[in-house]
Design a protein around this ligand. Structure first.
Ligand SMILES: NC(=O)C1=CN([C@@H]2O[C@H](COP(=O)(O)OP(=O)(O)OC[C@H]3O[C@@H](n4cnc5c(N)ncnc54)[C@H](O)[C@@H]3O)[C@@H](O)[C@H]2O)C=CC1
Ligand SMILES: Nc1nc(O)c(N)c(N[C@@H]2O[C@H](COP(=O)(O)O)[C@@H](O)[C@H]2O)n1
Length: 219
């Protein structure tokens, strides 16, 4: 499986403010670029922290990209995936509408009633891991369902785990020309952080987009 992480940060590396509300960091051209990456993937993954904070939809905005997928014999939108160890995704979350398949990755610790509620709301439950979602297991399970190209849109906890598990193949990072600040604001890679064996990336491209910079890395 090819795992492509895409995110937008401020110049000080923040994904959002300490309030964890969605902040528009990207400009129109960068959002169009994000839509194009989505269009070439089989599934788009976020953590439940992002679902609770942003209530994202994770479908394609551009009808031409939808038509191109259909012409290739693909579903109109990539599948949506939530890493949600305890099945906390709200049943009225936008990612549970019927526009695309939605997988909710849970751990063995997810309560049975919450799993049933999510299934009744249209989610496909995939169990991977004991207390927390195990991404290596989850990737195998998704691959068995036909997901070869996985895009990850955040947030910081999930991105850290994917780097920690050595699963990231590519990183696109849009750095918007703003400062957010705040020691408790989420960053690109949160989790416990690394103290040694820091993942080292290979810079492939640098490009000006909108009023910011797009950095592309092979990982
Ligand atoms: N600027 C950008 O590009 C983006 C910004 N965001 C922002 O990021 C924030 C949300 O990020 P986070 O709070 O870090 O939440 P997150 O979206 O990374 O979700 C973390 C949650 O995922 C679940 N999870 C399950 N298995 C896991 C594992 N193995 N490793 C890590 N987490 C696992 C846990 O419940 C954990 O609390 C929001 O403020 C949102 O607005 C989110 C996506 C993109
Ligand atoms: N690429 C990017 N730039 C920003 O400025 C952002 N705030 C985000 N946030 C993430 O975009 C997704 C929203 O999806 P929908 O438009 O609802 O489909 C979601 O993952 C946000 O957290 N991304």
């Amino acid at each position: 499986m090819h795992v492509h992480v895409n995110a937008a940060t401020s110049v000080d590396g923040k994904l959002s403010s300490r309030r964890r509300e969605q902040i528009k960091i990207s400009g129109d051209d960068d959002f169009a670029r994000v839509d194009e990456i989505r269009a070439t993937t089989d599934a788009v993954l976020v953590g439940v922290g992002t679902v609770l904070a942003d209530d994202p939809h994770l479908t394609l905005d551009d009808d031409e990209l939808v038509s191109a997928r259909e012409a290739r014999g693909e579903p109109p939108h990539p599948a949506r995936v939530v890493a949600d160890s305890r099945a906390r995704t709200p049943t009225d979350a936008r990612i549970l509408d019927d526009e695309a398949t939605t997988y909710v990755l849970v751990s063995a610790a997810a309560p049975a009633d919450r799993r049933a509620d999510l299934e009744a709301s249209g989610a496909v439950i995939v169990e991977a891991g004991e207390e927390r979602v195990s991404f290596p297991e989850a990737c195998d399970a998704l691959e068995a369902r036909g997901v070869e190209r996985l895009m990850v849109e955040g947030g910081g906890e999930v991105i850290f785990s994917l780097f920690s598990d050595g699963l990231v193949d590519e990183l696109s990072l849009y750095v918007g020309s703003m400062v957010i600040g705040g020691r408790d604001a989420p960053t690109l890679a949160d989790g416990d952080g690394f103290v040694a064996d820091f993942p080292s990336l290979s810079l492939r491209a640098v490009e000006r987009v909108d009023d910011g910079v797009l950095l592309t890395y092979d990982c």
